[in-house]
Design a protein around this ligand. Structure first.
Ligand code: UDP
Ligand code: MG
Length: 316
């Protein structure tokens, strides 16, 4: 039996590229004898004629074009999340709708998956965007790589392939789609990278500006906390708390000695720093404990997310 490959495409105002995109994908996939494919369009609240174009495509190619339309623009992460959930194939590929990702390269991704990777991320080696986009992107990628320990060159590439298994365990919302490899790495999945060509945008306009990097750094904190500290929030908060506490109490101890010797300490800036650090310390440690309590009661069925294989295990 031929296996099924799902190609998930988020669409926000891309009316001019969709026909070409379907044409190119179907040519590439028709050449592959062992696999059939489906294209799942998620129209993320487009205000141009994208949905009309998608409807036509679905009528013409009912065998492999499926589509969902959002009521309004909910963002790329939501679009991908719904697309992944509806995908029936395995592996699943995500790619942008604007033809900046080249369908010709789908086989490169599939090869890596067949070689044993769980997630393959594209790397736009010669990114065809203005310097105002490529430079911040370099900084962003370097920071994410450093903080997450995931050795990828390009966290902003929408062109990726995933074994279905990976996506079963990962919840994305907000703008977390950039961090799917970091989340997957956190669960112990094997991550690979392929260099891809990147075409300049032919139609329409980019939906993201510089603000994505500011948000991206906040999202990175979320991801680091949820992957590294989700099981032990008190270690994160308590860690800061203990450091602040040690410094604060040392300062106050030092000032107390002075005070006992008769020096006036009430107006010294150091006195206020000592008090502030001591209070912060207690707040941080309590915050950590509250997070632990919360976790204790919210204990989910997360164990399932950790398991790769089972032998002689009956589900209960
Ligand atoms: N996109 C989307 N919802 C949004 C913004 C973008 O579905 O709110 C889609 C967009 O149509 C495209 C992909 O996400 O298929 C990447 O967007 P874009 O090309 O604007 O980003 P860039 O290539 O400039 O990073
Ligand atoms: Mg683009």
């Amino acid at each position: 039996m031929r296996s099924l490959i799902s190609i998930v495409v988020p669409v926000y105002n891309e009316k001019d590229s969709l026909v070409l995109l379907v044409d190119q994908i179907s040519k590439v996939m028709a050449a592959r004898a062992k696999e059939s494919f489906e294209i799942i369009f998620i129209d993320d609240g487009s205000t141009d004629q994208s949905w009309d174009v998608i409807q036509n495509l679905a009528a013409q190619h009912a065998k492999y074009v499926r589509a969902i339309r959002f009521r309004k623009n909910f963002g790329k992460s939501q679009a991908l999340s719904v697309g992944f959930q509806l995908a029936q194939g395995d592996p699943i590929i995500s790619m942008d709708a604007d033809l900046q990702d080249d369908p010709q390269e789908i086989p490169l991704f599939l090869d890596k998956i067949n070689d044993g990777a769980d997630l393959v991320s594209g790397w736009k080696v010669n990114r065809q965007d203005p310097l105002s986009k490529t430079l911040p992107s370099k900084v962003f990628n370097a920071v994410v790589q450093l903080m997450s320990g995931v050795k990828l060159h390009d966290f902003n590439c929408g062109f990726k392939a995933y074994r279905k298994e990976v996506l079963r365990h990962i919840k994305i919302y907000g703008e977390l789609h950039r961090f799917i490899p970091v989340l997957a790495h956190g669960y112990g999945f094997k991550i690979a990278e392929v260099g891809v060509r990147h075409n300049p945008r032919q139609f329409g306009y980019s939906k993201y500006g510089l603000e994505r990097y500011a948000r991206g750094f906040l999202d990175l904190l979320t991801v680091i906390i949820t992957t590294r500290f989700i099981k032990r929030p008190s270690h994160l908060f308590g860690g800061f708390g203990i450091i602040a506490g040690l410094i604060g109490f040392s300062i106050l101890f030092y000032l107390s000695v002075h005070w006992l010797m008769g020096t006036h300490i009430g107006a010294r800036p150091l006195f206020f720093l000592g008090i502030m650090l001591s209070i912060m310390s207690i707040q941080m440690i309590s915050l950590g404990l509250i997070a632990e309590l919360f976790l204790y009661y919210a204990k989910s069925n997360e164990n399932e997310d950790l398991i790769q294989q089972k032998i002689n295990i009956v589900l209960n």
